[in-house]
Design a protein around this ligand. Structure first.
Ligand code: COA
Length: 622
């Protein structure tokens, strides 16, 4: 049930459906109450920017039509103004006018499988170990590193994130541990057993050979178990799960309505209910995977392992994709995480992973044998004919999707973000414009492009869209493909495109983006029982939301890289981690689309980055 938050409500409360995620007051959250609320941008500003954003995507006659619709919507005393007034009222009444709408629209009401369509995988730098015993040793260290981070969250000593001089909203950090998405037949929910709930889980959930176990990782005094004790416990888990079970976990890869129905069935059994409860409450999931044969491209193979587990014959049943944090340790040094996206964006999760990687590379192996930990507890599932049939369907459905997903991780070694910096250019804008050029080289037209811009400067802020395809980026791309344009002019157009992108990005992170505002106006109309305004029924709006390039920068201090699937059938997913002297990318596409090819886009991007450096370097010498 959706509750609204009154303007005077204090202290801070988690948005509805995040049951239990109430933050304790303390130093990591000291500034939380002072964070500004997400503003509602001016209507005329959003409409002007919208027309400019769709301009490069439309033919002249389409653009004229859309301009008329925008003028009608925005005219004095028109529908736009009345919706804007209602939206401003909502903003006065709530901590965030957007948070719960966004949670539902982007995640909980979205019925596609979370695997490939929502949940990113993060591949950490591969570690130097091999074989099952080494796998367990490393996994124990990893658990210790993660608990070490959790202690920092619990005692609120994680440094407050900043963007420039501005403190960022830290509430996402409290929605990571002991959190899980729960499927419904029409809508999902998320539960968090965080500091505000009266339940304090002390177990993680370990899965091996498709069998789930609850493993207490704190002793009776809430001291985290030492590495060697965790290691001994993991050895027991592996012994108790020598033989594989039915892959019940693969059900979490299903379409959400389907999974919601099966979940209801599963829950009817008392033992299953207890198992599901233990999984939901577990601090995180640890997947001890079976050996994977890697083929030539090890990075791509790891990306698949982290995105979906490799299919029903590999590790996809050895998962619970609804779990917010799901760590995987392979037998050959492959490690990483799959996260369920509804509670958080990549940056807080990368902080956690960076800490874990640092911890594992430095921490001495502490021996502690004084405590006798509780035996790992098997979390059994009882199945019946209907559930077994659902598992078979899930296997088939997933395998089709797995076969269709092309993942292309690339490291560009020629230069890193140091080069654009040396040119006094924003590296993020530079990479985005390089991607525009790469796409234009292949398709000769631009496409609607989504880049995540963080709005965590605001209370409960998540993201808004940085639209990287612009009038300026198109002019630059056209000039680059035209040998008649002199280099000096190309450089000027490149600078204009980069400056234009940076300005758009800065406006977006300052709460002046257009996408969430337009969504807000549309949902305001729907909630008021009005017809959806013509502006949102226009094919231009549909095109503007058909993001053939869905992109995100997720920087890490290590060479970890995040990967996610395309958001439209004929599109690409593109995530990047720019380092000072090299760039990490991961490009995804669907093989079934005749229009896309991840290899070709990767090659074109490589060439575009070289061309842009060449252009700037040549020009500098003149
Ligand atoms: N000249 C020289 N250096 C410059 C420069 C210029 N004109 N402009 C920027 N730089 C420097 C910055 O100072 C910064 O330096 P650092 O590496 O020492 O920190 C660096 O270049 C990076 O800046 P920039 O490339 O402009 O990007 P950013 O770090 O400001 O990030 C966004 C831009 C949009 C990616 C960021 O604001 C954001 O929103 N990130 C979150 C995205 C997200 O949520 N993703 C996850 C979705 S799951």
């Amino acid at each position: 049930m959706v509750k609204s938050f009154g303007a005077k409500q204090q202290p801070w409360k988690a948005p509805e459906l995040f049951r239990g995620a109430v933050l304790p007051a303390g130093r990591m959250l000291a500034h939380q109450a002072n964070l500004p609320r997400l503003p509602v941008p001016a209507l005329s500003q959003t409409l002007d920017k919208y027309l400019r954003a769709v301009r490069p995507l439309l033919e002249e006659d389409e653009f004229q039509h859309t301009t008329k619709l925008v003028e009608e919507f925005g005219k004095p005393g028109g529908l736009g103004e009345s919706l804007q007034a209602k939206l401003q009222m909502r903003a006065l009444e709530r901590q965030s006018w957007l948070a719960d709408w966004w949670l539902h629209t982007a995640y909980l009401d979205f019925r596609m499988p979370v695997v490939m369509h929502v949940s990113p995988g993060i591949v950490c730098p591969p570690q130097e170990f091999n074989g099952q015993e080494a796998q367990l040793k490393f996994a124990a260290k990893m658990v210790a590193g993660l608990l070490d981070y959790k202690v920092q969250i619990d005692n609120q000593s994680v440094p407050i994130d900043k963007l420039g001089k501005n403190f960022l909203c830290m509430d996402q950090y409290y929605k990571l541990f002991s959190a899980c998405r729960i499927p419904g037949e029409r809508r999902d929910q998320v539960v968090v057993y965080g500091p505000g709930s009266n339940i304090r889980p002390r177990h993680i959930v370990v899965v091996h050979n498709n069998k789930f176990f609850a493993l207490d990782v704190y002793d009776e005094n809430w001291k985290p178990l030492s590495q060697d004790l965790i290691h001994a416990q993991l050895q027991k888990v592996v012994y108790y799960s020598r033989y594989p079970s039915e892959p019940v976990g693969i059900l979490t890869t299903e379409n959400r309505n389907t999974w919601g129905k099966v979940y209801k069935l599963l829950k009817k059994d008392k033992a299953n209910k207890a198992t599901l409860d233990a999984i939901n409450k577990g601090i995180f999931m640890l997947c001890l995977d079976q050996e994977v044969s890697r083929g030539e491209d090890r990075k791509a193979s790891m990306a698949h392992q982290l995105m979906h587990g490799g299919g029903s014959k590999l590790n996809s049943g050895n998962r619970w994709f609804d779990k917010t944090l799901q760590f995987t340790v392979g037998t050959d040094g492959a490690i990483g995480l799959t996260y369920e996206h509804s509670p958080a964006e990549g940056p807080p999760i990368i902080s956690l992973l960076d800490h874990m990687v640092d911890y594992c590379s430095q921490a001495p192996e502490i021996k502690e044998t004084t405590v006798e930990p509780k035996e790992p507890e098997r979390l059994p599932f009882t199945t019946n004919e209907n559930i077994l049939e659902a598992i078979d369907n899930a296997k088939r459905n997933l395998d089709v999707q797995v076969k269709d997903l092309d993942m292309k991780p690339v490291t560009f070694f020629e230069y890193g973000k140091g080069f654009p910096k040396s040119q006094k250019m924003s590296p993020d804008s530079y990479i985005q414009i390089a991607l525009q050029l790469a796409y234009f080289k292949l398709y000769k037209v631009p496409c609607a492009t989504y880049e995540s811009g963080s709005t965590r400067m605001f209370h409960l802020g998540r993201t808004d869209t940085i639209r990287s395809a612009s009038v300026e980026s198109l002019e630059f791309c056209k000039a680059m493909e035209d040998s008649r344009v002199p280099p000096g002019e190309k450089v000027a157009l490149l600078k204009k495109a980069i400056d234009g992108h940076k300005k758009y990005a800065q406006e977006t992170v300052s709460g002046q983006g257009i996408d969430r505002h337009l969504l807000g106006l549309k949902l305001t109309a729907i909630e008021a029982g009005l017809n959806v305004p013509d502006l949102f029924m226009d094919s231009a709006y549909e095109q503007a939301l058909h993001f053939k390039l869905s992109t995100s920068q997720v920087p890490s201090k290590h060479d970890s890289f995040l990967c996610f699937g395309p958001v439209v059938p004929d599109g690409y997913g593109f995530c990047y981690n720019p380092r000072e002297d090299h760039l990490n990318f991961c490009i995804s596409a669907f093989y079934s689309s005749p229009e896309t090819d991840a290899n070709k886009l990767a090659d074109s991007l490589h060439q575009s980055l070289l061309d842009m450096r060449e252009l700037l370097s040549t020009q500098a010498k003149l």
